[in-house]
Ligand binder design. Sequence first.
Ligand SMILES: [Ca+2]
Length: 357
Amino acid sequence: MSHLLRVYSRLAFLVRDDDSRLNFAIRANEADHVTTPRIIAAIGCLAALASAFAQEEHPSARTSLSLQVASDPAPEKCRRIEATHSVFGITTMHRTFNDDFNEHPLSRGKWIPHYAGGAAWPDARYWGGDGSDFKRKTAWNGEQQIYVDPRYAGRGTTPLGLDPFKVSNGILSIVASRTPPELKNVLFDNEYISGILTTQSVFAQKYGYFEIRAKIPVGIGVWPAFWMLADDGGWPPEIDILEGRGQRPGTMVMTTHWRNPETGLVNSCGFDFVVPTASSEFHDYGALWQRDRITYYIDRKPVADIAVPPGYDDPAYMIVNLAMGAKNFQGVGFVSAESPATVAFEIDRISAFQIDP
Ligand SMILES: [Ca+2]
């Protein structure tokens, strides 16, 4: 899921070298001279310093986890880990964050329903008015939804009471739906309303395992994602643990993004994976960030890894969202008359673990 800062990074060119791998190239000097979003990010960061690394609130709920990790040297370019791969070690971890979604995701302060930026905290949380869509969509991606929450006022100053987050039987549904015609103007003419949840300023962690258990929704323009960004607001790094291509049911994408310090260009490496029941059954999708490698997992089996690229220095926070419409990400497309009137990204659980010392 392309990051907010890309809105401000003038794109030099985009190279698509095959169906499963994207290379984004942005002129480093242009990206680095953009000051506005970095200042905004710094404001958010001050708040983040006070509360980052929040721990699981119920120590009794601590659980442990062991995962297989390839023990041969991690490659600079991402590789698939096939079933025949024979060199594995075991990494043990303990849980540091968990949400089973037994209650509304905004009820306990674990999640923020928008990107950072746009106003000083804590007022930014429910900020409306012109310009507030800045932190409620990623315009560079051509997204056609706006992320709302019950406190969001859109162009106005009175909360609209729109809630894209539904909880039932321990399942969170992030629901995208066509924007009611009478709210089109106040919601910046976006075709859909939908939801995003991030742990920026609430939970961030350097190293460890980050996992979602979810069904991946499908349909024209449907673009669900679970991903990570640096808590200090810098970009990249970006770890895309799960991205769905709404027009390709049964596949999902896992991608690593970084900036090459020699060329200044942003590189990406990742793969599509076939999960035939992805839209109808819950599966676990995760990424383990260690000192030497990032390993991607489906149902806790390693499926790909890559040496940790340059720039992975700061703790990272988690993001889960259901975007509608994409102009750069293959297999999603712009919303059309055939796009679902409502579509749900169903999530059973999101967890984080830290590697045992
Ligand atoms: Ca659950």
